[in-house]
Design a protein around this ligand. Structure first.
Ligand SMILES: Cc1cc2nc3c(=O)[nH]c(=O)nc-3n(C[C@H](O)[C@H](O)[C@H](O)COP(=O)(O)O)c2cc1C
Length: 369
């Protein structure tokens, strides 16, 4: 893939849109309902302004961060996204190899279209975390956890924002059906046969367990020695409960605005959640990160690291492994550019002093028009 013309993550999104079938692109890019939160996730970053310090030695920038195994070269990881073969035949094998090259972690989706064993073999040095749902049939979840641990995964991420699948208007409107070439291989390897995912919504309704409560999280801690990460927290209250339930880290996430519309933008609730937790609990966040400046703002508001979802799939669609490498290196170049220009040579110097509060709404002094 030639990086020519691909100078922002938005460019990757537009390049992907001309390569990927319209209904598949809608599945990737769409959100729940009329997508108010989808827009808010990205817009939240644009409200902040940066307060640069000058004449700070920024000839060496240190962007490394360690969460559990670590170290990661930059505080940017790959969010779990289902069925990567939808946009590229190699699917998660290519995504994992790109994460390995970039020195960043990849969270493998339960609904990966490649098995965790094959992904780990393809990218032996990659730091892989396994994402799970607590299914109605807990044996399936347990099998995936045990397989992931055996394959060398370093954390288990449990997604807790999905009693069922969100009402995604784009998918409903075009009656989205999963292409038959795509299978939930990772899940299939824990089942007697490959599940029917032709209607993702129906499959979720049959397998997700809406009766789950915090008491069920303790099951997980009994199945594995790996740290448990809770993904899908949007309030300080739930963050505190997650910590009490044994979470070793939290992911502030609204599932890329794919579950319920009009929940807050993740950036807007990040400070509340950071404040609710002890300082030694890593807080990751995802949703709407589209530039290195976005990463810097999230870190300044207390995130330990961020995750990206859709841009990784755009890179994969544009150029397979090289495309994802392009997305990850673009984002880390932009982060370094922003750290240098704001006089923040280390992540420890990235704090709220970097940020000017969102500008107040403008009231025309001459009254209304
Ligand atoms: C196509 C697609 C599939 C996803 N599949 C999963 C999944 O299987 N499990 C999960 O926890 N989150 C899933 N997510 C949510 C992402 O992990 C992440 O929270 C979100 O994409 C971050 O927002 P961003 O896309 O704006 O970066 C998915 C997101 C997309 C776009």
């Amino acid at each position: 893939v030639s990086a020519r013309g691909l100078i922002t993550l938005g460019d990757y999104g537009r390049a992907a849109a001309v390569r990927v079938r319209g209904d598949v692109m809608d599945f990737v890019d769409g959100g729940a309902g009329p997508e108010t939160t989808l827009r808010a996730n990205t817009a939240a970053f644009g409200r902040w302004r940066l307060r640069p310090r000058v004449l700070v030695d920024v000839s060496h920038l240190d962007t490394a961060v360690t969460v559990f195994r670590g170290p990661w070269r930059v505080p940017i990881g790959v969010a779990p996204t289902a069925l990567n073969t939808l946009v590229c035949p190699e699917g998660e094998l290519a995504t994992a190899r790109a994460a390995e090259v970039a020195g960043v972690p990849m969270i493998v989706s339960t609904f990966a279209s490649r098995t965790i064993e094959d992904i780990a073999a393809a990218a032996p040095a990659a730091d892989l975390w396994q994402q799970v749902y607590l299914f109605r049939d807990l044996k399936v979840t347990r099998s995936l956890v045990e397989r992931a641990e055996a394959a060398g995964a370093t954390a288990i991420v449990v997604t807790v924002d999905s009693p069922w699948m969100g009402r995604r208007h784009r998918n409903l409107r075009n009656d989205f059906r999963m292409p038959t070439t795509v299978t939930a291989a990772n899940l299939a390897a824990s089942l007697p046969a490959a599940p029917d995912i032709s209607s993702p919504e129906q499959h979720a309704a049959q397998t997700m367990d809406p009766s789950l409560t915090w008491a069920d999280i303790s099951d997980l801690t009994e199945w594995t020695d790996l740290p448990i990460v809770i993904k899908g927290i949007l309030t300080g209250d739930d963050a505190r409960i997650a910590h009490e339930a044994g979470a070793a880290a939290i992911i502030v996430s609204n599932h890329g605005a794919r579950q319920l519309d009009q929940v807050p933008a993740t950036l807007d609730v990040l400070p509340e959640i950071v404040t609710a937790l002890p300082r030694d609990i890593p807080v990751l966040m995802d949703g709407g990160i589209r530039s290195g400046i976005d990463v810097l703002i999230a870190l300044a508001l207390g995130a330990t690291a961020v995750l990206i979802g859709r841009p990784v799939l755009h890179g994969l669609a544009v150029g397979g492994q090289a495309g994802v490498e392009g997305v990850l290196s673009l984002l880390s170049d932009e982060l370094r550019d922003a750290m240098g220009h704001t006089g923040r040579p280390t992540l420890a110097t990235v704090d709220t002093s970097l940020l000017a509060p969102p500008p107040p709404p403008v009231h025309a002094p001459w009254g209304s028009w």
